[in-house]
Ligand binder design. Structure first.
Ligand code: SF4
Ligand SMILES: [Zn+2]
Ligand SMILES: [Zn+2]
Length: 332
């Protein structure tokens, strides 16, 4: 006799499409979609991310997380535009931008496009070559700068990013492994607006990578499946693999690790947060003043992004758009 229990949807008892061991639950398509949307609604409320009338800008990469986030926020009734940045990482960037465009066109949403090469005369691979640093460093700096600038110039109340539970747990793991107090202090799903920088939130922190992939399939969202070719050797991928092993051994491990940190450990780093807010990365007193090249707040005369532009593409036209960078921001 076969005693295998057939799993049924937790809500309607119908046939399931996904089992979530960490929640000890399974769902049909309809109720899994509702579950994801509820998780985001709960996160926005719990962390006081933004109100129902906020003008929201979503940082879109063309991958599953940012497109799923955009879809969920629209379904929840928020007013959300997207911004995609052409990073110049070969076919990968072209494809990613196309997925973002297709998504926006099909749903008649506003997508801002910003091309690094045509605006500033360099691509992420160019920057990696001329700075001899990992590509993600110049890429992260450029993305933050452009998102900040478009958000401020466009009058958006908040920038949201598609960092999911796997991303945040992996970053936390890296920060804990090296006990980076200042980074730990800033690892919170909400960064308030300050010093001329926009508010930033991460509404997907309760949802995993697997859940986001399933959500996209069920909602017919096409996304770029390949990893960025520049990510090879990125420590976060190794940390994610490690945390996935922990999750298999102990379902819910990622959730407990990350949310346990937010609930119990993060407040202990409040002093480091205050210190990082009042000093620059060298420990000198701020205040920030406008970058002499782009005009956005910076702790130096020339902001880190303008320095990067100058180094990588010195012959490019002077920066004319109002953009901002915060080189010492820990947020990715
Ligand atoms: S993996 Fe690195 S280079 Fe590629 S998009 Fe992400 S931050 Fe940029
Ligand atoms: Zn159901
Ligand atoms: Zn500048």
């Amino acid at each position: 006799m076969n005693h295998t229990k057939v799993m049924r949807c937790k809500v309607c008892k119908g046939p399931i499409v996904i089992e979530l061991r960490q929640h000890n639950a399974a769902f049909c398509a309809e109720h899994f979609i509702a579950f994801c949307q509820n998780q985001v609604a709960r996160t926005i409320k719990k962390f006081w991310m933004f109100g129902p009338d906020a003008k929201v800008l979503v940082a879109v990469s063309g991958g599953k997380d940012s497109l799923a986030l955009w879809d969920i926020l629209i379904e929840l009734g928020y007013d959300v535009d997207g911004l995609v940045i052409g990073l110049g990482i070969g076919e990968y960037s072209n494809e990613s931008t196309q997925f973002a465009r297709d998504f926006a066109t099909r749903r008649e949403l506003t997508l801002h496009e910003y091309d690094l090469a045509s605006e500033h005369g360099f691509t992420v691979p160019d920057a990696a070559k001329s700075t001899s640093r990992v590509p993600c460093s110049a890429c992260g700096l450029s993305k933050r700068h452009i998102f900040d600038s478009v958000a401020i110039d466009g009058g958006y109340d908040v920038v949201v990013t598609g960092h999911n539970l796997d991303d945040e747990a992996a970053v936390l793991w890296g920060n804990v492994a090296r006990w980076q107090a200042e980074y730990l202090a800033r690892q919170h799903p909400v960064l308030p607006a300050r010093n001329g920088f926009p508010r930033k939130c991460k509404p997907l922190i309760r949802l995993s990578e697997r859940e986001m992939a399933a959500y996209c399939v069920l909602r017919n969202i096409d996304y770029v499946v390949e990893e960025c070719p520049m990510a090879a050797g990125n420590k976060h991928l190794e940390y994610k693999a490690l945390l996935n092993d922990m999750e298999v051994a102990s379902p819910g491990a990622k959730h407990h690790f990350y949310f346990g940190f937010l609930d119990r450990a993060a407040p202990l780093f409040a002093d480091a947060f205050e210190a990082s807010d009042q000093t620059n990365s060298h420990g000198s007193e701020l205040p920030l003043s406008p970058c002499s090249s782009c005009g956005q707040p910076s702790s130096n005369e020339i902001c880190a992004f303008c320095k990067l532009v100058d180094r990588v593409a010195p012959s490019a036209e002077p920066v004319s758009v109002e953009i901002s960078a915060r080189s010492d921001m820990i947020d990715r």
